[in-house]
Ligand binder design. Structure first.
Ligand code: GLU
Length: 463
């Protein structure tokens, strides 16, 4: 068993076990987040277990930094797996299953090189046949095999599929049926001895008692193969659900290699994790994309049957808008640590003052600087407003200030100068905050305080 995982025992029979099984060969993107969230939230909703399994058997493409990045992405999204396993540490289990299948006559060695297989596929296509492996290796005589080995060729191993059809009830797509005769016998072990995902995944899902596999619909054909593998190993298969895929705005598939819509990039751009979670889960389903207050809320909206069958196109504008709405609704307790890390003071009162004006949480630091930074540069006012600002400076009330100060102060300035509405408020806003728009000044003013307000007004009128 892998670290932290329990074997399936009789008492676990009723508990659902789901897993997210990325190969650490690139950065997780929004489409991976969809798979991740669907599994994690279903486990959460059903009181089941959620496992992170790192499919790291591809020695050439796996990088340790991607393993760390995957863990960081899960943590950012607020997901804590109940266990973690790495396929690279479970080789003994695969060896044992491999030997069993071999003894049962379900595996055979094959010696074709990648180039030879590629040529055969091209030839098949050119003559209008499906590019299936022709099982030539099954017909090798012992002499021919010995000759190939003598040439220094090492075999890879294929799993001999049973003929006939496999059927399953897919939790998203409904009744599915695939003719195994339309598929090539899958390679389960490379000539360097390493195992392939299609095989290791079955061994692991059986060993870990996984009850449901939710993954992208690019895996539908794998499911037919894997059901045949489960049967060959005498293991009960999990339920399967294949969700629709996400595409870029241009309609291209997402790839871990290109880095497009990588979670790390979204995080760096200040997109809220909870918005990413909601977007990745709700897009391309009958549920409207909308802000949620928590992952538990999101789990409550989940229904695999309501996922659409068509690919869903990611719209960054929609995601950003969702992120803003999500951010604006976050209570102070939820963001307190992040605000502190960003050097934002003022407690809940400040957060409640500015949150409605933020595009990203990072903007709160800008507003904190505007409110509380003594050196904040007030731009010079236009000449026509100098007199109003001069009066405003003279009429600044004594502290303490609260949310009523603004109204009383500007009322007095209006009476003294005759300035009203925009002609009164806009020059004051510009002088005090340096910006034409922003949070309600009545609420922001107490954070600026009398000394800074006086200083900024003085500088605005060129004093
Ligand atoms: N490692 C596979 C992938 O990343 C896992 C697929 C599965 O969930 O079985 O596509």
């Amino acid at each position: 068993m892998g670290a932290g995982l329990r074997p399936l025992t009789g008492t676990d029979d009723l508990m659902s076990v789901l897993r997210f099984a990325p190969s650490p060969t690139g950065r997780l993107h929004l489409g991976n987040a969809r798979t991740l969230l669907l599994n994690a939230l279903l486990a959460r909703r059903d009181g089941g277990r959620f496992l992170l399994r790192l499919d790291d058997t591809d020695r050439e493409r796996v990088r340790e930094e991607y393993v760390d990045a995957i863990r960081a992405d899960l943590a950012w999204l607020g997901l804590t797996p109940d266990g973690e396993a790495r396929q690279s540490e479970r080789t003994a289990l695969y060896e044992a299953a491999f030997e069993r299948l071999k003894a049962a006559g379900r595996l055979y060695p094959a010696y074709e090189s990648e180039a030879e297989l590629d040529r055969a596929r091209k030839l098949a296509r050119a003559s209008g046949r499906p590019p299936l492996y022709d099982r030539a290796a099954l017909r090798l005589t012992p002499e021919r095999r010995a000759a190939l080995e003598a040439e220094g060729r090492r075999p890879h191993w294929r799993f001999r599929l049973t003929g006939g059809r496999v059927a399953w009830e897919d939790d998203v797509r409904g009744a599915q049926e695939i003719d195994l005769g339309s598929l090539s016998d899958p390679v389960v072990r490379r000539d360097d001895g390493s195992f392939l995902y299609v095989f290791t995944s079955v061994v692991d899902d059986a060993d870990m008692g996984v009850t449901a596999v939710v993954r992208g619909e690019d895996h539908v054909a794998n499911t037919a193969v894997q059901l045949d593998l489960f049967a060959a190993l005498g293991a009960a298969p999990p339920a399967f659900a294949h969700h629709n895929l996400l595409t870029s705005a241009e309609g291209d598939g997402l790839s871990k290699r290109t880095g497009a819509l990588a979670l790390a990039t979204l995080r760096d751009e200040g997109v809220e994790a909870l918005a990413v979670a909601a977007y990745a889960t709700l897009i391309g389903s009958a549920e409207a994309v909308r802000p949620v207050a928590s992952l538990d809320d999101l789990a409550g909206l989940l229904d695999l049957k309501r996922l659409s069958r068509a690919p869903a196109q990611v719209d960054m504008g929609e995601l950003r808008a969702l992120s803003e709405k999500t951010l604006h609704a976050l209570p102070f307790e939820t963001v307190a640590a992040r605000l502190e890390a960003a050097g934002v003071g003022g407690g809940a009162a400040f957060w409640n003052t500015v949150r409605g004006n933020l595009a990203t949480l990072g903007d709160a630091a800008t507003w904190w600087a505007i409110a509380a930074d003594d050196g904040f540069p007030a731009p010079p006012a236009e000449a026509e407003h100098a007199a109003t600002l001069q009066k405003a400076l003279e009429l600044l009330p004594p502290e303490p200030w609260d949310e009523t100060t603004w109204k009383a102060w500007t009322g007095a300035v209006s009476t003294a100068t005759g300035a009203k509405g925009r002609a009164l408020f806009q020059p004051l806003r510009l002088a005090l905050t340096g910006a034409a728009h922003g949070p309600e000044l009545a609420r922001l003013l107490p954070f600026i305080g009398r000394a800074r307000a006086a200083d900024r007004l003085t500088r605005a009128i060129g004093g």
